[in-house]
Write a protein that binds this ligand. Structure first.
Ligand SMILES: CC(=O)SCCNC(=O)CCNC(=O)[C@H](O)C(C)(C)COP(=O)(O)OP(=O)(O)OC[C@H]1O[C@@H](n2cnc3c(N)ncnc32)[C@H](O)[C@@H]1OP(=O)(O)O
Ligand SMILES: N[C@@H](CO)C(=O)O
Length: 249
């Protein structure tokens, strides 16, 4: 149990740039509280204490604004950020390392008792704020659902679905796709932390360019000196390695 809580806290610190400390996460993250309450409610539900499971879920909803049916199956390191208005239905399943924002519904469109009415999210799925994922289909591993999307059909793994009704805007090739590990789960905003910062790229290009110009000027000076000119240059050479290191830090 403590292992679960520890990794829940760690994944929030990893995925939320606004999170500053463990204390803050433990005390101020309704998503964490809702997940912890759900674990209890789900155990009660599985042990056939149906009313008690529902009641724990109900108390958690009052406290957090997040409604998770005790029958829903939720994996490890699932992070519900902000969380207010999230509703997760009875037959929903959420894989490890998913991130869900406020106002998301994992809901159904049919009212058949006992049927799989709610979606299954694979591993590492990100569901943007206000998105509605409706139906008993699969959203594949690493898929991203845009904010306010209304998804009514399966979404392939690593695809991005946006709009109402949601359409897939991009499907990464296998080479582009990244495995659903906690390390990449900062894709909440669809930003791959592995990708180089564009500003750093520009600065590194500039440093390379300046180094090339330096080398050319130094060659020119050597040629001029060979021809008898005296050139005075006391400036130290450009330390490109030091500069690049500073940029990449
Ligand atoms: C307080 C808080 O901050 S809570 C956090 C709230 N944040 C979220 O919920 C983030 C959810 N993430 C998103 O919605 C992202 O836009 C994603 C994951 C859907 C897509 O991100 P990216 O891969 O970077 O796509 P990108 O921004 O390049 O957009 C690609 C196309 O999709 C469109 N698009 C992106 N998001 C959406 C959306 N939610 N709805 C409709 N269209 C969208 C863009 O306009 C663009 O269209 P174009 O190609 O015609 O110009
Ligand atoms: N918690 C996330 C989304 O609001 C952030 O601060 O960026």
């Amino acid at each position: 149990m403590f292992k679960n809580i520890r990794e829940d806290i760690a994944c929030i610190l990893e995925r939320d740039p606004a999170a500053r400390s463990k204390l803050e996460v433990m005390t101020c993250y309704p998503g964490l509280h809702a997940i912890m309450a759900h674990r209890l409610a789900h155990r009660l539900w599985n042990a056939q204490f149906y009313w008690l499971g529902r009641f724990v879920s109900h108390l958690s909803r009052i406290l957090t604004g997040i409604e998770i049916h005790p029958g829903a199956k939720i994996g490890r390191r699932v992070f519900i950020d902000h969380g207010f208005g999230v509703v997760i239905g009875e037959t929903a399943e959420i894989g490890d390392d998913c991130t869900i924002y406020q106002g998301v519904t994992l809901g159904g469109t049919r009212l058949y008792k006992g049927a799989k009415r709610h979606p299954t999210l694979g591993k590492g799925v990100v569901v943007g704020a206000g998105a509605q994922v409706l139906g008993g289909f699969l959203v594949g591993d690493g898929a991203r659902i845009g904010s306010n999307a209304v998804v009514v059909k399966p979404v392939p793994a690593h695809a991005t679905a946006v709009g109402n009704p949601a359409r897939v805007i991009e499907k990464e090739t296998e080479a582009q796709s990244t495995p659903a590990t906690p390390a990449i789960l900062n894709i909440a905003y669809a930003v791959d932390p592995g990708a180089a910062d564009p500003l750093n790229k520009v600065l590194n290009e500039l440093i390379t360019h300046v180094a090339r110009q330096d080398a050319r000027i130094s060659n020119l000076c050597q040629s001029l000196e060979a021809m008898g000119s005296k050139i005075q240059d006391a400036s130290p050479p450009l330390d490109t390695q030091k500069l690049s290191k500073l940029v990449d830090e």
